[in-house]
Design a protein around this ligand. Structure first.
Ligand code: FNR
Length: 394
């Protein structure tokens, strides 16, 4: 792109110029003090590279596989909701751009275009991200059900309440899984760091409006659309199930043939539990610093998780990846691949499908150059010895 952005940070500046403040704040913001948001990026800058010289790098091969699917590089598109706020073509544009770059897109549960629309826009390997949610009984009985629960709350036995909870979320989540399977999605990425929404103060100040979630139409009672007022609380309480626990992973596995990847693990303890639960992959993620503030930057806990998993399943990382050197660093510390969230949305806001394509290509090109300069002709050549960590601030 002539005179266009020369790096991912410049895409962010372009997006800021193109978007209304409310939407830019929604995409760029993090939780509370935004410590984790900043650290995700800055922690990469405390890792140095140890290149090897006099290696034949006349050919660089960035290709790899994930769960048996080929990718031209170890870069995926992370699930980010409400992409129509960035561009009218939203997730459709992102899906086409990802397909053109042979990058796997993880479609967000909170997409504006339905998972069917996205599946039919182009042929490519895609994953679907799920929040285990509720809403069935509310849809049927609406306010009556809420009143009943409020008034008779003290008389409802615990087990009956639990029964309702389970019943509610099983219906909606199972329907979404079936639709994802029917429409050719190849894996389910279950996000597990969001029992409730983190506090994003900019959204509060801006009175951020919750846009339409096409995947939930007819499934939940909250009518959320672009023209409505903010219904964040009601929406979150129907779409996020705070009672989700390890036993539900077993249940999810029992109702889908698709591999399940857990997104949002940042400790060795949980990584081991995930492997024991039989998942097919892990994403080391703190939700791009949008959930629990003061969690460590993902790149600083990657090694801990990789060691705990000891090769049983692929480990991915997201959060703060802005350079090809960042991808290289994550791979050196044991990631199978990385996902990018905000840069894709900024590309979308900057120039629709072309913008997203430029963002992914730019990162792929940067990785290729990094591999050449570091003396690593293939991804297998990237080792722990190629990086030097200084997580402490100077
Ligand atoms: C997200 N993320 C996210 N994650 C998820 O599992 N489901 C979702 O619907 C969303 N939605 C969403 C919206 C926006 C605007 C952002 C910025 C992020 C988190 C996302 O998948 C990923 O973890 C982070 O974005 C990675 O960090 P970077 O690349 O944005 O720094």
């Amino acid at each position: 792109m002539e005179d266009g952005p020369v790096n991912l940070r410049e895409f962010q500046e372009l997006a800021k110029r193109n978007l209304p403040k409310m939407y830019y704040d929604y995409f760029s913001g993090g939780a509370e003090d935004q410590f984790t948001l900043r650290e995700n990026v800055e922690a990469f800058q405390r890792i140095m590279l140890r290149p090897r010289i006099l290696v034949d790098v006349s050919k660089i091969d960035m290709s790899t596989t994930l769960l048996g699917y080929n990718m031209s590089s170890p870069i995926l598109v992370a699930p980010t909701g409400s992409q129509q706020l960035a561009h009218p073509q939203g997730e459709l544009a992102t899906a086409r751009a990802a397909a053109a770059c042979n990058a796997i897109m993880v479609l967000s549960f909170a997409s504006n275009y339905s998972l069917e629309d996205v599946a039919s826009t182009c042929n490519a390997v895609r994953f679907y991200q799920l929040y285990v949610c509720s809403g069935f009984l509310n849809k049927l009985f609406g306010p009556l059900f809420d009143t009943f629960c409020l008034r008779f709350h003290c008389f409802i036995t615990c087990s009956f309440e639990q029964f309702l909870q389970v019943f509610k979320r099983r219906d909606v989540s199972a329907t979404l899984l079936q639709r994802a399977e029917r429409n050719g999605y190849k894996a389910i990425v279950v996000t597990v760091d969001t029992p409730r929404l983190g506090r994003r103060e900019a959204d509060e100040k801006n009175k951020m409006i919750i846009p339409r979630n096409s995947n939930l139409e007819g499934l939940i009672s909250v009518d959320a659309d672009l023209t409505g007022g903010s219904k964040l609380e009601a929406y979150a309480s129907e779409t996020l199930d705070p009672s989700l626990s390890w036993k539900d992973i077993e249940w999810l596995k029992s109702i889908t043939k698709l591999p399940i990847i857990l997104k949002g693990i940042i400790t060795a303890e949980d990584a081991r539990k995930a492997v024991d639960a039989g998942v097919s992959g892990i994403v080391v993620s703190n939700h791009g610093g949008r959930q629990l503030d003061y969690t460590p930057p993902t790149i600083s806990v990657l090694e801990e998780v990789v060691k705990a998993v000891s090769g049983a399943v692929p480990v991915l990382l997201d959060g703060g990846v802005r350079r090809g050197t960042d991808v290289f660093k994550a791979l050196a510390l044991g990631a199978k691949a990385v996902m990018i969230g905000r840069p894709v949305v900024y590309g979308l806001a900057a120039n629709g499908e072309h913008g997203v394509r430029s963002v992914i290509k730019m990162l792929q090109n940067e990785l290729e150059l990094t591999m050449a300069l570091a003396g690593c002709p293939t991804l297998r050549d990237i080792t722990r010895n190629h990086v030097m960590i200084n997580h402490e601030r100077p």
